[in-house]
Design a protein around this ligand. Structure first.
Ligand code: AHM
Ligand code: MG
Length: 336
C-alpha cells in the first residue's frame, strides 16, 4: 500500500466557511461572497509581495498616509486592491482602511450589510527587507440598511462578527474566526486556494516567549517594566522567557497564537495610547486571541470592550496566553 499522492477531498476556505455558516442560512451566501473577495485581495497581495523585488514595486510612492508616514508602493497597491474587491463584492457598506483618512461609504447601488475595517499591509518597516508582513481585518454587520453612519463601525470589538489576518511569510497563511473558534489556512500556490491546515487553533495556556519593542523601555510604566523584569528574572524558579520581536504585528501575533506567550504594545510616556490602531489591529487580533482561548487586555480593561470614538484611534494592548495576560492584569491592579 502506498500513500496517496493526491489529497482529493480538499477543505478550502470557502467550503469551510460554507459549512460554518450552515447554521445561519440567512447570511450564508452573503458572508461567503464577502470572504471570497477578501481572499482575492490576500492572494493579490501575496503575489505582489513575492514579486516585489523583481517588479521594483518596493520603495516610496511619494505620498504620505493618514499617520504621516511615507507610503510604500506596496501599501498603496494593496489598499486599492482591497477597497475595489470589497466594494465590488456588493456586500459591504462602510470600509475603514489604515491607509485612508476617511471611511469609505459604498455607493447605495452596491451596498450590502457588512462593514469591514482593515489594514491592507501591516508591518511597513519590514517590506523592503523581505520580512513577513500581513493584512488584518475585522467585520461588523450594520444595524439599519437605510441609515448607515460611522456609528456602525464605532462599536465595541465584542460586536464583531468575524476577524482574521493573512500573513505573507515563508508561506501565505490566512487565520480566520467567524466566532466559533479559530482556523488557519495555507495558500497552495499551485491551486490558488487556501486549504485548511490548522484546524481549531488553541493558544497554549501559558507561554515561554514575550514579544515587545524593548527599545521603548525607558518610557514604560511600572507594570510593564515589572512584567518584563519578571520575564527575564523570574522569582518563582521557572526559567526565563525568550524574547522574540519581528516588528510585524501579524507575524508576532501568529507566532504567539501557535507557540503561546504574550505580545505587548504598551502605552509609554511618548505614546500615551500606544501605537496600534483599535479598529483594524487591536480588535481583530483580540477577537482571534479570545476565540483561541487566550486573552487581550488594554492595561485598563478587556480590549474587546473598548468603544472607539474615532476610526483611527489607538490603544495599548497585551495579548496572548491566558495565564501570561492574567499576570499582566495583576501587575496593573497592583501598580496602577
Ligand atoms: P505600521 O502600520 O506602520 O506597519 O505599524 C504597525 C506595526 C505593527 O505591525 C508592529 O506590531 C508595530 O508597528 C511595531 O512597531 P515598532 O516598530 O514601534 O516596534
Ligand atoms: Mg498597520
Amino acid at each position: 500500500h502506498t500513500a496517496e499522492a493526491h489529497q482529493t477531498d480538499l477543505m478550502t476556505i470557502t467550503r469551510h466557511v460554507l459549512n460554518e455558516q450552515s447554521r445561519n442560512p440567512e447570511s450564508r451566501g452573503d458572508f461567503t461572497i464577502l470572504l471570497s473577495h477578501i481572499v482575492l485581495g490576500c492572494k493579490f497581495v501575496a503575489s505582489a509581495v513575492n514579486k516585489a523585488g523583481l517588479a521594483k514595486l518596493i520603495g516610496l510612492a511619494g505620498e504620505t498616509n493618514v499617520q504621516g508616514e511615507e507610503q510604500k508602493k506596496l501599501d498603496v497597491l494593496s489598499n486599492e486592491v482591497f477597497v475595489k474587491a470589497l466594494v465590488s463584492s456588493g456586500r459591504t457598506c462602510v470600509l475603514v482602511s489604515e491607509e485612508d483618512e476617511e471611511a469609505t461609504f459604498v455607493d447605495p447601488a452596491l451596498r450590502g450589510k457588512y462593514c469591514v475595517c482593515f489594514d491592507p499591509l501591516d508591518g511597513s518597516s519590514n517590506i523592503d527587507c523581505g520580512v513577513s508582513i500581513g493584512t488584518i481585518f475585522g467585520i461588523y454587520m450594520i444595524k439599519d440598511k437605510d441609515n448607515v453612519t460611522l456609528e456602525d463601525v464605532l462599536q465595541p470589538g465584542t460586536n464583531m462578527l468575524a476577524a482574521g489576518y493573512c500573513m505573507y511569510g515563508s508561506s501565505c497563511t490566512l487565520v480566520l474566526s467567524t466566532g466559533s473558534g479559530v482556523n488557519g489556512f495555507t495558500l497552495d500556490p499551485s491551486l490558488g486556494e487556501f486549504i485548511l491546515t490548522h484546524p481549531d487553533i488553541k493558544i497554549p495556556k501559558k507561554g515561554k516567549i514575550y514579544s515587545v519593542n524593548e527599545g521603548n523601555a525607558k518610557n514604560w510604566d511600572a507594570a510593564v517594566a515589572k512584567f518584563v523584569e519578571k520575564c527575564k528574572y523570574p522569582k518563582d524558579g521557572s526559567p526565563p522567557k525568550s524574547l522574540r520581536y519581528i516588528g510585524s504585528m501579524v507575524a508576532d501575533v501568529h507566532r504567539t497564537l501557535l507557540y503561546g506567550g504574550v505580545f505587548l504594545y504598551p502605552a509609554d510616556k511618548k505614546s500615551p495610547n500606544g501605537k496600534l490602531r483599535v479598529l483594524y489591529e487591536v480588535f481583530p487580533m483580540s477577537f482571534l486571541m479570545e476565540q483561541a482561548g487566550g486573552q487581550s487586555f488594554t492595561g485598563k480593561e478587556r480590549a474587546l470592550d473598548l468603544v472607539p470614538t474615532t476610526i483611527h484611534e489607538r490603544s495599548p494592548v497585551f495579548l496572548g496566553s491566558y495565564d501570561d495576560v492574567e499576570e499582566i492584569k495583576a501587575l496593573y491592579a497592583e501598580l496602577a
